[in-house]
Write a protein that binds this ligand. Sequence first.
Ligand code: 26W
Length: 832
Amino acid sequence: MASVNEAVRLECIADMLQHTGLDRESIETDFLRYLCHFMGRNPGSEDYYLFKALSYTTRDRLMTYWKETWHAYNNQNLKKAYYLSMEFLIGRSLSNNLLNLGIEHEAAEAMHDLTLSLEEIEDSERDAGLGNGGLGRLAACFMDSCATLQLPVMGYGLRYEYGMFRQRIQNGFQVEEPDHWLGTGQYPWEVMRSEYTRVVKFGGASRQYTDPHSGQLTVHWENAEEIQAIPFDVPIPGYKNQTVNTLRLWSASAQEGFNLTEFNAGSYHEAIAKKSEAENITMVLYPNDSSENGKELRLKQQYFLVSASLQDVIAQWKKHNDGFSRFAEYNAFQLNDTHPSLAVAELMRLLVDKEGIKWDEAWKITTQTMAYTNHTLLPEALEKWPVSLFERLLPRPLEIIYEINRRFLMQVAMKWPADLQRQRRMSIIDEHNNVSMAYLAIVGSHSVNGVAELHSNLLKEGLFHDFYEIWPEKFNNKTNGVTQRRWLAMCNPELRELLNDTIGEEWITDLSQLSNLKPYATDAGFQNKWAIVKRNNKKRLAGLIKKQTGVELNVDSMFDVQVKRIHEYKRQLLNVLHVIHLYSRIKRGDMENWTNRSVIFGGKAAPGYAMAKQIIKLINNVAEVVNSDPDVGDKLKVVFFPNYRVSAMEVICPGTDLSEQISTAGKEASGTGNMKFMMNGALTIGTLDGANVEIREAVGPENFFLFGLHTPEVEALRPHYNPQGYIDQCYELQAVMGLLESGHFNQFEPGLFDDIIHSMRSPNDPWMTLADFHAYITEQQIAASAYLNQSEWIKMSILNTACSGIFSTDRTMQEYNKDIWKLTPVSVSLEE
Ligand code: 26W
């Protein structure tokens, strides 16, 4: 690469800045230039073109800062962190980038001058749905916070051609449709960087040989298939701070001249088929958030991400450094769950095989740089890969895992001599010849964290107890958060203005400032303003629901919302039982202390998760019966919001009164939807699970609707759980089960809900839905009565927002940084 002198570089920056003014006129000029010159359209053309033109205009304004940030990070010896994640659930970027650049108003005015609506243009952006749920969205919030905190953190992920499937509801059933989110064109935010292409190997065999000159024993990974990883960079702007961090997404591509021999031998067809097989690696996101074990392509994706990213970091390192003795001082890797935990073996391979570093030295570097975050307690979600699959795809990394395990088990034996049981329990390779990715991650990392207090404690006491006993110092907690830029400032503009007028704007970068709202909680004038904002947000949500489902909601009813992946442990079923209970009350005329409600569900079921799909069907059937019953009218409405996604949540959480967080205690690692709702002034009805515990602590028990068994009670009950006993004791539950079992909600679809009914009636029901039913409907009635006293409710709503300050990912990232990464913030300033 040609080296450019510093004066020229600075001149170039000055020039760029001059041509990308942040004022309305400059935005308008550039927008028109893109629209008319670059794309050959005009302001009357389809929203898609308008969106692209405005996105390019915005990206241009990020570009100077982006270059400068890159320059600042790479021209200094400073420590950097890399967030390795199979998922980044980014959602839309236009409105977010305008907000963080501080040019929302200017852009809106520029569009207005052209008689266009910024809101409509923003609305035409497709979600980048490169994630399943909480774990992927958390990664996206982390990226936003790191940029705002000016932390030198880079994200590494995969550029899936197809993101999370689109969910259509047909006759009440979920139907999955492919989400070709890139469309026919390009994602306007990304920049392809082919100069940083890396090569990733699969298959072949590992051979040892002795270097004839040095006599050194080395290992070669031979006859492997080689696949190119091409990086696409997405800018991640901080909030009004001139920092733009990078999310680098890898796309798989067959090498140029791929299989030329086969090609030349006349096997044209086979050669091309192999090419598309290579490119399959980043074709589609696995739409499953609990198990995808044993799927060859998934393991390939994981290794592809890890190998390309580590090679990238090492290549960057070698540009500025000789040798690896200080590598661990300057680099940190955070593993987002076990999905990228092959990084442990891959870093060892690169250091030992490629860089010629001795095992012990390489192991020190690896364990000092790697840190692992666990996001789930569900045993079925713990990744295990058959050794046979490794032998076929990743022969050399497998050898390295064997060696890691051998040395590790020696350590175990040393600590607990003759405890063979324990050695067997802790082995990275289990008795069924599966590689336990969690154990590999723990052994190879210096930090292991859970994502809420309760969850981190349960890891130490349960799942990872043996490991905690060897290395108590590794274990720590980092309670999740959400970014208030997207989840309050951007998605709730009316509340943002009210907050700004009341307590100033500082909360946007320091969420603890929200506590200054507390004195206003009982101020009648402020309560009034608060109520108006909430009502407007409910109108907006009702409008969207009407458009999507045709169901009309009464905005004065309580908006009771449960949106998240459909999973038995999250207990959407318990919520449905409550709905049926309310319906049954209406039918029998039991209307004492009644509160009108609109119950809103949303969420995707993994395509292969039959029970979750049945739950969706049940919700839709119950909705059908309830919404069409003239006895019910406005008293109760039920909707299933189709295709729940990031951009939907941006409308849903501001318009919610009651947030449902009702998982079986001990099962939800943290939850982050719970935090978005709280921040936007919803009250929570929930179990003592995940971060609910901390939410309740923060807001005070009097402002939280708690119910249900606690974790130890759940575990104590499990061996003698008797669902029939709960039915016998509770006439409301008898009524509900009576309706369900009589087929009232599946009159023309006999037997449809039998599996659901059996699962709830089973003494082995792991989620113990019926055990919490009575407590749940009791607490729901308390919430309903509370809603009748609007001034009290609004007070609690204000307090929920006021106490949500700790649930910012700014706080979370500061904790990761202080305890794990230890990076120094870098300020990027273009003023001089
Ligand atoms: C395909 C295998 C697999 C297994 C687990 C894919 C994805 C997972 C994730 C662990 C699922 C997930 O998203 N977990 C959620 O992570 C959030 C962020 O920490 C937490 O808030 C949620 O409680 C947790 O369920």
